[in-house]
Write a protein that binds this ligand. Structure first.
Ligand SMILES: Cc1ncc(COP(=O)(O)O)c(C=O)c1O
Length: 389
């Protein structure tokens, strides 16, 4: 079923037992990542066997951490479309421009990938209650998958989270606490309450090891859709960074499986100028970020003042000869409108930041006309009626 081997700390390399519930490294407090027996997997898995009619992230189950199929909690995740953006590409002088539209997943955002795997693994480990601080979409996905699994779900979100996120969590029957401030304040409040609720299992971004495994499937899918090759550049709206780190992990695993070579895309983190800790750190080639005070952006998923895994995000950017770009928050609505009218896709504000970064990088010559460029639209714009132009 799975080639899961261990959980290894991304900072101190300590090993942790995956048959037990784990959150962060108990030695140093940093992010844990799942490892697989890729030597054996290489002998058993052919990439062509994934290139079939079977759709969706769960087909990569040998490279996901769930031991027994009956524990998979699925809402019918499909392979998300890789759309060619011809009209926009022509306008910007980029011949091969693509968008991976994650808005077509259950719960309308890519957060479903991570939470599908985290909730499945939690179920396998006997968890009955999960808790999560969130900027919105992760909360919606946690609430939906917890409902499907028959678990309790405790949500901590900023009081100004988009209304749709709050409503969806309520509809799924989650317990919701609205917190004054941002996701960091929500995390603090959750930590206070967790001391009196030791049974809650914390599925915070990268403080639980398996959301990353779900998110890495974006990388597997993308490479499969590109005929087992890699694009040249990926633009990714970055908050906590799970997707970026996950895709990079997927590429490394695929190389070890013998499915791809050593080439890697340039990874570009896109943030709003209202909250850009990764961009600021990147500009000074720092290894970690600093807390961004008074974070404010209508791209609510990007309002993460200090990502817990900043060191991993920055590492990917440096290793891939990538970039970090901040775009003006007040241009997000224009970008949504432009893509809706040119390409028929309603972007989320986070996805719109990637379009704004694309425009900058196309104009300043960073992107070459022949580059194969992929931008990620991480949710459907339908979840953000208050931001739509
Ligand atoms: C729509 C959307 N895009 C992007 C992000 C940032 O995702 P990541 O944590 O993978 O950086 C979020 C996170 O909340 C989100 O909801």
């Amino acid at each position: 079923m799975t080639f899961l081997q261990s959980l290894v700390c991304t900072a101190c390399s300590a090993h942790h037992d995956p048959s037990k519930r784990q959150t962060v490294c108990t030695s140093c407090g940093k992010v844990l990542a799942a490892t697989y027996d890729l030597e054996t997997a290489r002998r058993h898995l052919r990439r062509e066997s994934f290139d079939t009619d079977r759709q969706g992230m769960m087909k990569y189950e040998p490279l996901l951490p769930i031991l027994h199929r009956e524990n998979l909690v699925s809402l019918g995740e499909q392979t998300t479309p890789l759309l060619r953006l011809d009209r926009l590409g022509e306008e910007l002088g980029i011949e091969n421009l693509w968008m991976k539209d994650e808005g077509q997943l259950p719960t309308g955002s890519f957060k479903s990938r991570g939470l599908a795997v985290a909730v499945s693994k939690a179920k396998e480990l006997g968890v009955t209650s999960i808790c999560i601080p969130s900027a919105g979409n992760a909360a919606g996905a946690a609430a939906a998958y917890a409902a499907k699994a028959g678990m309790e779900c405790w949500i901590f979100i900023p009081e100004d989270t988009p209304a749709m996120n709050i409503k969806e969590c309520a509809a799924y029957g989650a317990h919701i606490e609205l917190v004054q401030g941002n996701i960091s304040d929500a995390a603090k409040r959750m930590a206070e309450l967790k001391t009196v609720h030791p049974d809650w299992f914390d599925v915070s971004t990268l403080k639980e090891p398996y959301r990353l495994e779900g998110k890495k499937t974006m990388g597997y899918e993308l490479v499969e859709q590109f005929g087992w090759t890699l694009p040249d550049v990926i633009l990714y709206p970055t908050g906590g960074g799970t997707g970026l780190i996950g895709m990079w992990k997927a590429f490394d695993e695929m190389e070890k499986l013998g499915w791809i070579g050593r080439n890697r895309p340039r990874m570009v983190s896109v943030q709003s100028d209202g909250c850009a800790p990764i961009v600021k750190a990147f500009e000074t080639r720092a290894r970690t970020s600093e807390f961004w005070n008074n974070a404010a952006t209508c791209a609510s998923g990007l309002r993460v003042p200090k990502p817990f895994a900043d060191y991993l995000i920055l590492d990917v950017l440096y290793k891939s000869a990538g970039l970090a770009v901040a775009v003006p928050d007040n241009r997000i609505q224009d970008a949504i409108k432009k893509v809706a009218q040119r390409e028929g896709v309603l972007l989320c504000p986070e996805g719109a930041t990637a379009i704004l970064a694309l425009e900058v990088l196309a104009r300043d010559g960073t992107l070459k006309p022949k580059d194969r460029v992929v931008i990620f639209n991480t949710a459907t714009g339908l979840k953000y009626p208050e931001v739509l132009p």
